[in-house]
Write a protein that binds this ligand. Structure first.
Ligand SMILES: Nc1ncnc2c1ncn2[C@@H]1O[C@H](COP(=O)(O)OP(=O)(O)O)[C@@H](O)[C@H]1O
Ligand SMILES: [Mg+2]
Length: 191
């Protein structure tokens, strides 16, 4: 299996690059943001709870996202591998993911981090907000909260994979196709 963690702040291009990676490597895409947004859409209890936090740009509790990933892994036992997009976002989630994968005799192959400066992120997210309909893309205050959540809770996840020698970083500014090629190179290096 190829199990890839695609890492980076909100607006780094994880969703954009995931689509291309999936096509090439035939992986199952697990975006916790997308999974939560479909829970909100479906009006589930989980969705209602998550919405209040997500609309403010705050991370939802670890147990909630870990539970969602757990059930998606068990639904896809025959997959060629997984791409984790927007997960793990805390060290606790990263540890839980290692345990879950170990229970299938699997592990993370590589983490690829997309590096994009804050100013570029803000610009991209505000532009995405014009069409995404995402309440968390709508104003600079929410975007600031999300980048702050990322810097305080999520950045340590990179060190977690660095300690396992699984961390590779890629310049996330430039042509989408060029960035994709760099990610493929990182996957080759890590696999
Ligand atoms: N290399 C890039 N250059 C310019 N804009 C990009 C690039 N990659 C993605 N974007 C744009 O930035 C925004 C955020 O991308 P997205 O893939 O949704 O990020 P994430 O999933 O990491 O939050 C989108 O509007 C997308 O079109
Ligand atoms: Mg995304």
């Amino acid at each position: 299996m190829l199990n890839l963690v695609l890492f980076g702040p909100p607006g780094a291009g994880k969703g954009t690059q995931s689509e291309k990676i999936i096509e090439k490597y035939h992986l199952v895409h697990l975006s916790t943001g997308d999974l939560l947004r479909s829970q909100i859409q479906a009006g589930t209890e989980l969705g209602l709870k998550a919405k209040t936090l997500m609309d403010q740009g705050i991370l939802v509790p670890d147990e909630v996202v870990i539970g969602m990933i757990d059930s998606k892994l068990s639904e896809n036992e025959k997959a060629a591998g997984f791409i984790f997009d927007g997960f793990p976002r805390t060290v606790k989630q990263a540890e839980a993911l290692d345990r879950l994968l170990a229970s299938y005799n699997e592990s993370i192959t590589v983490m690829v981090a997309l590096i994009v400066p804050d100013e570029e992120l803000k610009k991209r997210l505000l532009t995405r907000g014009l069409t995404s309909g995402r309440p968390d893309d709508q104003n600079e205050e929410k975007i600031k909260t999300r980048i702050h959540e990322y810097n305080s809770k999520t950045t340590p996840v990179a060190d977690y994979y660095r300690q396992q020698n699984k961390f590779v970083s890629v310049e996330g500014v430039g042509e989408i196709e060029e960035i994709f090629e760099a990610i493929c190179g990182a996957v080759k290096q890590g696999a």
